[in-house]
Design a protein around this ligand. Structure first.
Ligand SMILES: NC(=O)C1=CN([C@@H]2O[C@H](COP(=O)(O)OP(=O)(O)OC[C@H]3O[C@@H](n4cnc5c(N)ncnc54)[C@H](OP(=O)(O)O)[C@@H]3O)[C@@H](O)[C@H]2O)C=CC1
Ligand SMILES: O=C(O)CCC(=O)C(=O)O
Ligand SMILES: [Mg+2]
Length: 743
């Protein structure tokens, strides 16, 4: 078999990883006759931790660095990778994973919160590479094409998900900064020739500290730099806390602390300190001494004060309570458990949290577990306006109607760590007052900003080749679907102005005759798109990396109820394919339900869609007709799956992920039996389809019998393999039929 007939299926974390234990054996059996091999690579958080600390492990414990391997593969034409959502770990998640691995006998080091020795610094640096969004940027060697397939849209039109009603009197609103933030301070230049730059901090006395040295830039690369003023941010946050109280709305903070892993935890920390100002003013010395780190959220403070002598702890708790009493209500993540929006920076992630709020009448949970209007605080104003525009639109027009609304596919610029999501190694918390400047080897200052102690300064990059590829993809999608495409770019923003020049330069290289392609600032683009959306019309959004992320949750959640149902393709720039499953995350609360009730509600539709396009890609590239047929029939099976409503239910005792996989297998076998292009496949799967049909009720019964009681799979980040297989494949009858396919 040729080396190229290989699909790499990623093993990740939480609900998607559990689902893989049930789905992958089915896939392996079905694709075997086509001479396509499927291999797994473990890029779970646990595995990524073990991969970078080999010196702490015994020879048997060592694991491959699968992520680096896949990062290299993504640059090769033969790449065909199915990427499931993975944990982008905040520090609290990282620490929990480390603890679990240590308890399993892996002698890996602790995460050093305040590293002092060179050894501790090295350990922290290593962990920082695993922290946050450390997987996607490595694999995304291409731009993004995300859309709701027709079958998914049609299903939503016939079976609309619930949408909370909107009232014209809703007090919900977005609050964002109008000065001193990343948007207002942004500067940007396009580099005319390749070279290297340094980023320097010059203090008030003129002494220079190098923040980043010898950063290589390519010709035509756009760079931008900006700063968030700590003073402006804190006075903004103080004003918003007061205003939320005055308006009697919940205070909620929406950040991307996982993907913006350096800047956003700092901002999150300032919000915690501002909300609990009295606590930090009165007890700052003690909190400092016990190592409270607000970047890890209010939860870090609560955990660390548990070890204080009782009198100190109760004094602090009394002041915490008085902040809650005097301040506005805070939006809750889990009101039963008292977990607020400020507890953990990775609990509320803006791409999912804002659409979820908009879908529920613009409301979030209060401490009583009731829905209430909310002030959504999004400190940086770069993209906040899209949510305000959507809120205004819903107030004016009521909630969207999934039975009649159009769709908004996205073409997103993301290749080669484009824009903000590639900025971590160039983001700095500034220590002292002075100037930060970007300077080239000839001594020319490309950009500079005056800064003050505590400010957050960052630089972003986007290379020319990805921009050209993105423009090409936009034209291709507009042409393929004959749909208007809008570039969401603001000519008044420094970075966007540079991108607009490139769009104007490269668009004429393509045949755009008869196409409707426009450029609009995000606020106007939102209004334009929403109006069309309500009228049942489709509009392609062509955006940068952050808006890609925001819009590919916002529109899917409104249109089809969840971004899990998105087709998410990354045509890799060197010819391979990366097929992401859905556009959302790993849904931690699903695992909790599984552990408690033995019911997993992860919807693998994203996996089905991704596998079909992966097979199609492989079939075309390798002229493998069996792979093509498997892809086509899988798509037809997915249509049938939707028509017959075989997605997992939310409730225990009803069909869950495992049952949904059985039906996918049944329909896939039936489609293979029905096709006449390949007789081998037809004959083989006619038999399989008959057996699945004949055993349908006993398989369903066996699968349902596995529900209703707590399930122990021996771990959260590193579950025990044997226990997980047992839990995820509980139907002997089904397992036997699957095993018989490859015999
Ligand atoms: N591509 C990737 O690797 C991504 C990873 N993440 C990571 O995922 C974790 C959780 O992030 P969060 O922002 O809360 O986003 P999630 O998308 O995990 O959660 C938001 C909500 O989406 C719904 N949902 C998402 N996928 C499915 C699915 N397949 N089946 C059923 N429901 C689904 C659920 O909503 P409901 O209850 O309304 O149905 C869920 O509660 C974090 O660790 C984050 O870093 C996040 C985004 C992308
Ligand atoms: O990589 C991550 O942390 C999240 C990715 C994400 O949300 C997206 O691409 O939509
Ligand atoms: Mg996202």
């Amino acid at each position: 078999m040729s080396n190229t007939s290989k699909i790499i299926y990623t093993k990740t974390d939480e609900a998607p990883a559990l689902a893989t234990y049930s789905f992958l054996p089915i896939v392996e059996a079905f694709i075997k006759p086509s001479n396509v091999e499927i291999e797994t690579r473990d890029i779970s958080l646990a595995s990524r931790i073990l991969a970078v600390f080999p010196e702490y492990l015994t020879p048997e414990q060592k694991v491959l660095d699968a992520l680096s391997e896949l990062g290299e593969l993504a640059k090769k034409p033969e790449a065909n990778i199915i990427k499931l959502p993975n944990i982008s770990a905040s520090v609290p998640q990282l620490k929990a994973a480390i603890k679990e691995l240590q308890s399993l006998g892996y002698a890996i080091p602790n995460y050093p919160e305040n590293p002092e020795t060179p050894e501790e610094k090295k350990v922290q640096e290593t962990y920082n590479k695993i922290k946050g969004s450390a997987v996607n940027p490595v694999l995304r060697e291409g731009n993004s094409d995300r859309r709701a397939p027709k079958a998914v849209k049609n299903y939503a039109k016939k079976n609309p998900h619930s949408m909370g009603a909107w009232s014209k009197d809703s007090k919900t609103h977005v609050s964002t900064m109008d000065h001193g933030d990343f948007r207002t301070n942004e500067k940007s230049v396009t580099v005319s020739k390749a070279g290297t730059i340094n980023i320097e901090f010059v203090d008030k006395n003129g002494s220079i500290r190098i923040l980043k040295e010898n950063l290589a830039l390519l010709e035509g690369e756009i760079i931008d730099a900006t700063v968030m003023s700590k003073k402006a941010l804190i006075s903004f946050l103080e004003a918003q806390i007061k205003d939320a109280k005055a308006q009697n709305v919940l205070f909620s903070l929406h950040m991307k602390a996982t993907m913006m892993k350096v800047s956003d935890p700092i901002i999150f920390g300032y919000a915690v300190e501002t909300f609990f100002k009295n606590v930090f003013e009165k007890h700052g010395a003690i909190l400092n001494k016990i190592g409270v780190n607000v970047k890890n959220g209010f939860g870090d403070l609560l955990n660390k004060i548990q070890n204080l002598p009782e009198d100190q702890r109760t004094a602090i708790e009394a002041d915490i309570n008085s902040c809650f009493e005097k301040g506005p209500g805070v939006a809750m993540v889990n009101s039963d458990k008292g977990i607020t929006n400020l507890h953990v920076p990775s609990d509320v992630i803006i791409d999912a949290s804002m659409p979820a709020m908009i879908r529920s009448s613009g409301q979030m949970w209060n401490t009583e577990g009731e829905l209430q209007d909310t002030k959504a605080v999004i400190p940086d104003s770069s993209y906040a306006s899209i949510y305000q525009a959507t809120i205004d639109f819903c107030k004016e027009n009521g909630a969207f109607d999934p039975t009649t609304m159009g769709t908004v596919p996205n073409v997103g610029l993301m290749a080669q760590k484009a824009e903000e999501y590639g900025s971590h190694d160039k983001t700095f918390e500034i220590k002292g007052d002075g100037i930060v400047r970007v300077i080239d080897t000839a001594g020319t200052i490309l950009m500079e900003h005056p800064v003050e102690n505590g400010d957050i300064w960052r630089m972003c990059q986007v290379k020319d080749a990805p921009i050209q590829d993105w423009i090409k993809l936009a034209v291709k999608r507009a042409r393929a679907t004959d749909t208007p495409a809008v570039f969401w770019l603001d000519r008044n923003r420094a970075h966007d102005a540079q991108i607009i020049e490139k769009v104007n330069k490269y668009l004429p290289n393509h045949d755009t005759s008869g196409l409707d392609i426009q450029i609009m600032a995000p606020f106007e683009a939102t209004l334009f798109t929403l109006k069309r959306l309500k009228d049942g019309l489709d509009t392609i959004s062509v955006t940068g990396n952050v808006l890609r992320d925001f819009l590919t949750d916002l529109f899917p959640i409104l249109e089809v109820g969840t971004s899990a149902k998105m087709l998410s393709i990354v045509p890799l720039m060197n010819g391979g394919g990366l097929f992401e499953t859905g556009a959302g995350g790993s849904a931690p609360k699903h695992v909790q339900q599984f552990n408690e009730e033995g019911h997993l509600r992860w919807d693998s539709l994203g996996e089905f869609l991704a596998l079909a396009v992966s097979l199609e890609h492989l079939g075309e590239v390798n002229s493998n007709s069996k792979a093509l047929i498997l892809g086509e029939t899988l798509d037809d099976a997915t249509d049938k799956f939707l028509e017959n409503k075989k997605s997992p239910s939310r409730k225990v005792g009803e069909i869950d992920t495992r049952g949904s996989h059985f039906y996918l297998a049944k329909y896939w076998a039936e489609e293979l039996a029905a096709q006449n292009k390949d007789m081998d496949l037809k004959n083989l799967f006619t038999k399989v389809a008959k057996e699945l049909e004949a055993n349908e009720s006993s398989i369903n019964q066996e699968l349902l019998n596995a529900q209703g009681a707590p399930v122990n799979i021996g771990g959260y980040y590193e579950p025990n393999e044997a226990l997980t297989i047992k839990a995820m494949r509980p139907s002997e009858t089904f397992n036997k039929i699957i095993a018989s396919i490859s015999k």
